[in-house]
Design a protein around this ligand. Structure first.
Ligand SMILES: Nc1ncnc2c1ncn2[C@@H]1O[C@H](COP(=O)(O)OP(=O)(O)OP(=O)(O)O)[C@@H](O)[C@H]1O
Ligand SMILES: [Mg+2]
Length: 453
């Protein structure tokens, strides 16, 4: 299965879990559109209708001819409605109440339409003031009928042959025609929801992180040994000690149990804990896993072999003056450098910073040290540096019985995990499986323990 295909297959589950994002975005879009519409000046429309007819029509054929003639003239009447001849009169009519009115103002607010196949002209005027809109509409209608009377051809008696009659005067509107707040709100809801759906799809398709068991299954068949929830707040110490009944401690015990099953074929006496990149939770896992083994009555030694960024000592609140580096340069005996820590865990901290950590760890001395310490403990847990940064972890992984790799589900990309697996299997390390770290607590059971499809 290709990554794009599997990402597309993930879409339904993403929508099922994050449907509320679409709902919230829709509500926000609707409210925003409604709020924006409320800030716009309302516009009121008024329409006046004028009917045109021929005066001389008496017989049936005359009427037909007259009607055809007027229909032909309708476009000209429409032009006339917004001509200076009419609008100048309108301006004069309204001069008392609206002295500054220009022809452009009047034209801008006026729309003239002829409903198809009729001899009716509809003059629609728009204004923020409904009374004014109606006033202008009526004035145009009146002055247009006058102008038609003056301009149209006259009959024998000097009467105009075309008669324009106002059949519907403009009345002040009671409801604004724009903005249409409820319609805009519905459009806002649709746009908000659509954008959220598009954003979610893009996010799901472009998300290359290993966020779940299934995402890892796309990369490897190796097992997930446990899923450690994200701890809220500042860490106050290893959760196995500080919150022994919490989900976090339970997750580390689960890793311990899972490793027991992979130890059926051969005894696991030494484990290396590593990950693809920095800050994925190697040290946190190594410390808590070691403590989980201590809890089950085993004698455990934790070695901090991440000589670049050693944090086991600070995590456990220990002194770091003497440690692994001191033993490797043969300044101190291992027995003298090992400290008894909380819960009865034996710890060999990293010791003082060495200028050549890669050489120290690659040297045969490190391997001999681990072999020498094995008989004194049921398990030796070694915290290491990230696989993709330096070679330390790949070297150590060759002489321990099992290596476990941590995946930060909020950060680690599939390609990084692939390269990590390739590096470790390339040196024939026994990669026992993965620990998913930083898993969102709320979704832990539903999303990670079971499945995300
Ligand atoms: N499950 C978790 N919940 C919350 N915070 C966590 C969790 N796991 C690790 N952290 C925090 O993430 C940070 C990095 O963790 P940690 O030092 O264990 O990672 P690391 O892989 O050993 O990093 P480095 O590559 O620097 O050695 C620490 O501040 C740690 O407290
Ligand atoms: Mg670390």
């Amino acid at each position: 299965m290709s990554t794009t295909q599997s990402a597309a297959a993930r879409l339904p589950s993403v929508f099922l879990q994050l449907w509320w994002v679409i709902v919230v975005a829709g509500l926000v879009g609707g409210l925003a559109a409604f709020g924006y519409s409320s800030t716009l000046t309302p516009v009121f429309h008024s329409t006046a209708s004028i009917y045109f007819s021929m005066r001389t029509a008496s017989s049936g054929s005359d009427i037909n001819q007259g009607s055809a003639y007027t229909q032909n003239q309708m476009l000209s009447f429409a032009q006339l409605a917004t001509s200076a001849a009419v609008l100048d009169e309108v301006r004069d009519d309204l001069a008392a109440t609206r002295p500054g009115l220009t022809l452009t103002d009047l034209r801008r607010m006026t729309k003239v339409e002829i409903p198809q196949n009729t001899v009716v002209l509809e003059i629609t005027t728009a204004s923020a003031n409904p009374e004014f809109a109606a006033e202008v509409g009526n004035s145009i209608a009146d002055n247009l009928t006058q102008a038609v009377y003056t301009i149209a051809p006259k009959d024998d008696k000097g009467e105009s042959t075309v008669v324009a009659r106002v059949i519907d005067p403009a009345v002040p509107a009671t409801v604004q025609s724009s903005p249409n707040k409820s319609q805009n709100a519905v459009i806002g809801v649709l746009i908000g929801a659509l954008l959220a759906a598009l954003a979610l799809s893009a996010w799901a398709l472009l998300d290359t992180r290993v966020r779940s068991r299934n995402a890892l299954a796309e990369v490897t068949d190796l097992p997930v040994l446990g899923a450690v929830p994200r701890q809220k707040g500042k860490p106050s110490g290893p959760v196995v000690l500080t919150k022994p009944n919490g989900h976090g401690a339970e997750a580390y015990r689960q890793v311990r149990s899972a490793l027991k099953f992979s130890a059926v074929e051969h005894r696991i006496g030494a484990i290396a804990v590593t990950s693809s990149v920095a800050g994925e939770g190697k040290t946190t896992t190594a410390v808590n896993l070691a403590l989980a083994y201590v809890e089950s009555g085993q004698r455990v030694l934790l070695i901090d072999a991440d000589l670049r960024r050693p944090t086991v000592a600070t995590t456990l609140g220990l002194e770091n003056a003497v440690g692994l580096t001191s033993v490797l340069v043969e300044a101190v005996e291992a027995e003298d450098a090992i400290i008894e820590s909380a819960g009865g865990l034996a710890v060999l901290t990293a010791g003082e910073q060495a200028p050549n950590p890669a050489e120290l760890l690659a040297s045969n001395r490190m391997r001999l040290l681990v072999d020498a310490l094995r008989p004194s403990y049921d398990l030796v847990v070694i915290d290491t540096a990230p696989v993709l940064s330096v070679s330390d972890a790949t070297v150590i992984s060759q002489y321990v019985d099992a290596t476990i790799a941590i995946i930060n589900t909020r950060k680690t990309a599939k390609t990084q995990v692939e390269r990590c697996i390739a590096a470790l299997t390339g040196v024939r390390a026994n990669l026992a499986g993965f620990v998913l770290n930083n898993v969102a607590e709320a979704r832990r059971d539903r999303y990670y323990y079971l499945s995300d499809n």
